[in-house]
Ligand binder design. Structure first.
Ligand SMILES: *Cc1c(COP(=O)(O)O)cnc(C)c1O
Length: 402
C-alpha cells in the first residue's frame, strides 16, 4: 500500500479458510428490519431454515442451530453425548484436531490421540486397530475432522465409518465439517455419523456466529444418559422449541435470515455443481503451486482438501513475513501456519463464494507476492492454473453435450 494511504481500493481478497467472502445477496438478507423471534413470521422462517439446513447435511434427522461459533458446536457435540471420564478416540490431523482434543480434556473426558505428522488426514486402518484393542468398549466416541483446516487435508469419513463398524465397536461417531460443509460432498445419514458439527462462516458463506449439530437417533439416545453438565448447549430444549420453528432463547435472527438465502443459493447452483467447482478450483491452485516449484503441505494426493491448500515455503523463508507483505501490497489475507510447521507455510482458502476468475486473481497476486518477497520459485503458476481451468471446462462442455 502506498505510504500515507489509509485505504486500499477494490475488494479485499479474503483467502483465509473462513470467514470467507459473504455474497452481497446474503448481506442484503441480513440487513433487514428485525422481527419478533416469538412471532408468526419468525416461526415460518425458523421452520424453513431448520428443514433447509438438513439438505446441506444430507440428513432427515434434526439439525440444531446454535448462536455460537464452531467451537461452541464442538462443545455441544461432546457435552450432549458423553459423561465425565469417558474415553474418546481422536486423531492428530493438525491444529484444529488438537484444539478439539484440548477441549475434551478440559471437559473432563479422556481423549486418546492417534499421532499424526500434520501432513495427512485420518487413517481408517489406524482407527480400526485402536478400536479392536478396546475389547471392553470403554471408548465412547470417535471424533474426527472431515477437513483439517490448518493443513488442507481431507479425511475419508465413509471409510472411517466402515472401519468403526468392522471393528464391531459401538462408539459414537462425531465429525467436524466446519471447513468442508457446503463445499464438498458430505452425507450425515448415509455415512452413519452420530453428530456432525458445522459452522456458518466457511462453506455456508455467512458471517461468523452460527454453528450446527446434526444428530442421529443413537446420539439422541446417548444424550438421555450423558452426564457432562450442559445448559445453553442442551439439545432437548432446542428440539422441543424447534418443532414449532422457535428457539428456547433469542436466536441470531439476522443470521437466520442470511442462512435462508445461503441455502437457496447453494440449491440454485446445485450442490453437485458447488462440489465440482470446489474440486476444480482446488486442482487449479495445486497446479499453480507445483508450477511455482513449491511443495503442498498435504503429502498424499488421496487426502487433498477441496477447500484449502497449504503451501510450504523453501527453508529459511518466513511465511508470516510473506503474508504481511502480500497484505500490505496486494490487499490479500492468507491463512497462517501452525504447530511443527509454524511460519513455514501459508494457506490459500478456495472455498465459499469463489469462482474461476476470482481464483486466477488470487493466484496472480500470489505469484507477484512470491516475486516481491524474493522467494525462489518459477513463474508460470497462473498459466498452469488457467490451462487446467480451460481443459476442465472444455471437458465439462463435451460431457454435457453428449
Ligand atoms: C474454523 C474451524 C473451527 C473453529 O470454528 P470457530 O467458528 O472459529 O469457533 C473448528 N474446526 C474446524 C475444522 C474449523 O475449520
Amino acid at each position: 500500500m502506498p505510504q500515507n494511504a489509509s485505504r486500499q481500493p477494490g475488494r479485499h481478497f479474503l483467502q483465509i479458510p473462513g470467514p470467507t467472502p459473504v455474497p452481497d445477496r446474503v448481506m442484503r438478507a441480513i440487513d433487514m428490519p428485525l422481527i419478533d423471534q416469538r412471532g408468526p413470521e419468525f416461526a415460518k422462517l425458523g421452520k424453513r431454515v431448520l428443514e433447509g439446513i438438513k439438505t446441506i447435511f444430507k440428513t432427515t434427522q434434526p439439525v440444531i442451530i446454535y448462536t455460537a461459533t464452531g467451537t461452541g458446536a464442538w462443545e455441544a457435540a461432546l457435552v450432549n453425548t458423553l459423561s465425565p471420564g469417558d474415553r474418546v478416540l481422536m486423531v492428530e490431523t493438525g491444529q484444529f484436531a488438537t484444539q478439539w482434543k484440548t477441549m475434551a480434556e478440559k471437559l473432563g473426558l479422556k481423549p486418546e490421540f492417534i499421532k499424526g505428522d500434520w501432513r495427512t488426514g485420518a487413517d481408517p486402518a489406524a482407527i480400526e486397530e485402536h478400536l479392536r484393542k478396546d475389547k471392553a468398549h470403554e471408548i465412547k466416541a470417535v471424533c474426527v475432522l472431515h477437513n483439517e483446516t490448518a493443513t488442507g487435508c481431507l479425511s475419508p469419513i465413509a471409510a472411517i465409518r466402515k472401519a468403526i463398524s468392522a471393528a464391531g465397536h459401538p462408539a459414537l461417531f462425531l465429525v467436524d465439517t466446519i471447513s468442508s460443509l457446503a463445499s464438498t460432498d458430505y452425507r450425515h445419514d448415509e455415512w452413519g455419523v452420530d453428530v456432525t458439527v458445522g459452522g456458518a462462516q466457511k462453506g455456508l458463506m455467512l458471517p461468523p456466529g452460527m454453528s450446527f449439530n446434526a444428530v442421529s437417533d443413537k446420539a439422541l439416545n446417548a444424550a438421555k444418559t450423558s452426564k457432562l453438565p450442559k445448559s445453553f448447549w442442551a439439545w432437548d430444549d432446542m428440539l422441543t422449541m424447534n418443532k414449532v420453528g422457535f428457539f428456547p432463547y433469542t436466536p441470531a435472527t439476522q443470521m437466520i435470515q442470511g442462512l435462508a438465502v445461503s441455502i437457496d443459493m447453494l440449491h440454485e447452483e446445485g450442490l453437485d455443481n458447488v462440489f465440482a467447482r470446489h474440486h476444480r478450483l482446488a486442482e487449479a491452485t495445486r497446479r499453480a503451486v507445483r508450477a511455482w516449484g513449491l511443495e503442498i503441505l498435504c503429502r498424499e494426493p488421496k487426502y487433498y482438501s477441496p477447500t484449502i491448500t497449504a503451501v510450504l515455503l523453501p527453508e529459511g523463508h518466513d511465511a508470516d513475513a510473506f503474508r504481511a507483505l502480500a497484505l500490505d501490497t496486494f490487499n490479500i489475507s492468507y491463512g497462517a501456519s501452525f504447530g511443527p510447521y509454524a511460519k513455514r507455510y501459508f494457506r490459500i482458502g478456495h472455498l465459499g463464494d469463489v469462482n474461476d476468475g476470482w481464483m486466477i486473481g488470487v493466484l496472480g497476486i500470489t505469484e507477484m507476492a512470491l516475486g516481491l518477497s524474493g522467494i525462489p520459485h518459477k513463474n508460470g503458476g497462473v498459466q498452469a492454473a488457467m490451462d487446467y481451468l480451460v481443459s476442465a471446462h472444455s471437458a465439462g462442455a463435451r460431457a454435457a453435450a453428449e
